[in-house]
Design a binder for this molecule. Sequence first.
Ligand code: NAP
Length: 495
Amino acid sequence: MTAPAQPVDLFDLVIFGGTGDLAVRKLLPALFHRYVDGQIQDGSRIIGVAREALDEDGYRNQIRSALSGAVISQPAKLDAFLKRVHYCSLDARKDEGWDDFASLLAKQPGHVRVFYLSTSPELFVDICQRLGHCGLNQDKSRVVLEKPIGKDLASANRINDDVGRVFDESQTFRIDHYLGKETVQNLLALRFGNALFEPLWNAGHIDHVQITVAETLGVERRGPYYDTAGALRDMVQNHMLQLLCMVAMEPPASLSPDSVRDEKLKVLHALKPIDGGNASQFTVRGQYRAGAAQGHSVPGYIEDLNADSKVKVEKSNTETFVALKAEIGNWRWSGVPFYLRTGKRLADRVSEIVVAFKPVPHSIFTAAAGPLAQNRLVLRLQPDEGVKLWLTIKHPGPGGLRLRHVPLDMSFAEAFGVQQPDAYERLLLDVVRGNPTLFMRRDEVEAAWRWADPILAAWMASGEAPRPYTAGTWGPSAAVALIERDGRTWDEDDE
Ligand code: NAP
């Protein structure tokens, strides 16, 4: 059973880039599910905006086919939902069309207004300036910025400054969809809703933390963008640092947005620098070569890149894999490594956080009982969101005392009998509610870039190419060496 859904206030949600991949594949299905659950009231409107010359029926037909999978069980709801969907054709960089767009919004002056910028970041400033000129920013207006926010601190500052000339920080929602995942929010519930963990949640009892975000896919259609970014900018600077913050932050005084975000910011400030002096020791970058994924042969990164680009390249220095060892210089975490790794075309699609506890100080068991394994708390973000706590128990039955390591296993889908909602479902309605707790504040984005920039600079200065790894593996062998040097291993299987 899930908690009953509460309807949100009437809103107009404008999706700039309403015909794009993110809008069609994620945002509109998320809104449809919330509509089916009764959280979106009739009267609210969803307005797609893009340059393509479509009329409203044309756009609704696109959405209808995009939702065909989602509506199998609720066909009657689809027509009602599509009545809430509108379309406006305009070019964010040109003046034409904005008057019609403003008139459309003016029909519902009392609605909460959400401007979701699901376009390339180069358009963020144009769109915000035009929204400002048209007087569309009202008290109940909010703007949502998709990642990436810049490619370094300087460019992030430029975007934030320009957006900030139109929208206050309190109206600006920088989305990181990882924060909308149930497991991530469950970290808050586990850490601060149970007396069990907090006394152990420190360097005295935790040996290390691992955060893995592994994908089996290659760069797919995003090649041209990805080649300008790489795994550190695309995954580590935002999603993975946010996860690290949720694990490492001090208990906030309350769940108020600024209490939580203040604590995350302190963690970012306490991250020890990785720069030219230690990047080769603490980081490994890789790039996939041809290999196999799920039983099929797949091309390497360069072939993937060239498949989708008019300009063909022979080589690229962009990393599709990063492993690194981060350290937090504060009382709670001194000496506890946080190993992060992420990559494309890896052996499995899995995102998880592993908190590995220290071994017992003294074993009373004989060698015949078998080895004592570390307790681990595993928070799985995908697939099968859930939590496992690995414990040592006695193997049942006579025949001597033999130890077994088994998980207390809670798959959310099994425990609650429902499929977990997509992260965007939660986050989109949080924007309408005006609750920014799960969104990044400007100073967090800046602090994350301040930590990431010297790593990027060190890689650039070294001139070294990313290490090759075969598609379908767990990345370059140097990533294994990174953790094994410390006498630890990546957590790759459940047993
Ligand atoms: P996309 O598929 O390329 O879509 C871009 C959208 O922007 C299209 O609707 C396009 O339609 C519209 N557009 C382009 N130029 C425009 C202009 N001058 N004026 C008005 N509309 C314009 O991109 P996407 O994959 O959806 O990604 C959108 C944003 O989300 C990007 O910042 C991306 O980094 C971020 N993001 C995407 C994903 C994902 O899974 N796709 C995940 C995380 C973050 P027209 O060409 O018809 O104008």
